[in-house]
Design a protein around this ligand. Structure first.
Ligand code: PBG
Length: 326
């Protein structure tokens, strides 16, 4: 053993304080964006069966949820509406009295310190459950842009701080930017779901938001999980069209894509830690098969290590508590 030459990496792992000194990646409460589901009606707080700990709430119960977030130090939310009426063209998505618009107004009035991100899509509002205008079984790109732009402008009018379009039509960033600018909202940023895969990990969300497609699937507009270079093309066009943030979604199976997007573009990068990724951990933890706290912190940290600046996650409240315990 005498002449053996090797490196002693363990020198930097000897004690807690030494490990803290050399830690490369930090998860902060400011990194977290919490998704909320708001539905019409009163006094409602429905547990989402496939997402333990997540509820759909009515407007009057929203403040309870917002107070909890504020107490925990989570400062951003992304709002999803669950309307009671749907039609072919998603009319409820772009009404000033729509559930999302009313929720945004409520949060901005009662909780002005929170940043409100509006998810901008049509699938919860259309009777066919697709994210755009449908004709002869196809999702028509350019006509969908008009509706998505109307939706974005109405959300900005209601007071949204950030517009987050998720419908994956080509040109949605260009269309929304122009729509917002023309309506006087040139200060409102666009957080684009730039790289969004057609993923089985969205299953539980569709229970929560009642947004499953009623025929077919979303593969003619969301991306093929097999493709990496296509992600660069998607992100590139959104950057050119004027996006202010880029989202990669889902997160865990796409950390390689996240790193590539991070290295090539210089906008804040957002990981969407989606519903299926949440539910799988909740289910395993409920069975006592994994340590929930450790696994949640490990996976959120891995998203940041892969390049995410921010994380949209249903674990935001849990993570804020864990951060307090550190
Ligand atoms: C709407 C939308 C979806 C999600 C966010 N926005 C569903 C979908 O595209 O089918 C999924 C979020 C999640 O699974 O947590 N287009």
């Amino acid at each position: 053993m005498k002449d053996l030459e090797f490196k002693r990496h363990r020198r930097l792992r000897r004690t807690d304080s030494m490990r803290a000194l050399v830690k490369e990646t930090h998860l902060r409460k400011e990194d977290l964006i919490y998704p909320i589901f708001v539905l019409e009606g009163e006094g409602i707080k429905n547990p989402v069966a496939s997402m333990p700990g997540v509820h759909q709430v009515s407007l009057d119960n929203l403040s309870e949820e917002m107070n909890e977030l504020e107490d925990l130090g989570v400062r951003s939310v992304i709002v999803f509406g669950v309307p009671s009426e749907k039609d072919e063209v998603g009319t409820q998505a772009y009404q000033q009295e729509g559930i999302v618009q009313r929720s945004i107004r409520h949060i901005k009035e009662a909780h002005p310190s929170l940043t409100v991100v509006a998810d901008t899509c049509l699938c919860q509002y259309t009777d066919h459950g697709h994210c755009g205008v449908v004709r002869n079984g196809e999702i028509i790109n350019d006509e969908s842009l008009e509706l998505i732009t109307k939706t974005a402008v109405s959300q900005a009018e209601a007071g949204a701080d950030v517009i987050a379009p998720s419908n994956m039509m080509d040109g949605f960033v260009a269309a929304i930017r122009q729509g917002l600018d023309d309506a006087g909202y040139s200060d409102i940023p666009i957080m684009s779901y730039a790289v969004k895969y057609a993923s089985a990990f969205y299953g539980p969300f569709r229970d929560a938001a009642h947004s499953s497609p009623q025929f077919g699937d979303r593969r003619a507009y969301q991306m093929d999980p097999a493709n990496r270079r296509e992600a660069i093309r998607e992100a590139q066009s959104d950057v050119e069209e004027g996006a202010d943030f880029l989202i990669v979604k889902p997160a865990l199976s796409y950390l390689d894509v996240m790193r590539e997007v991070k290295d090539r573009f210089h906008l804040p990068l957002v990981a969407y830690n989606v519903s299926g990724e949440y539910s799988m951990i909740k289910a395993a933890a409920a069975n006592g098969w994994v340590n929930e706290q450790e696994i949640v912190m490990e996976k959120l940290t891995s998203m940041k290590r892969a390049g995410a600046d921010l994380i949209i996650t249903y674990f935001a409240k849990d993570a804020a508590r864990y951060i307090d315990q550190q």
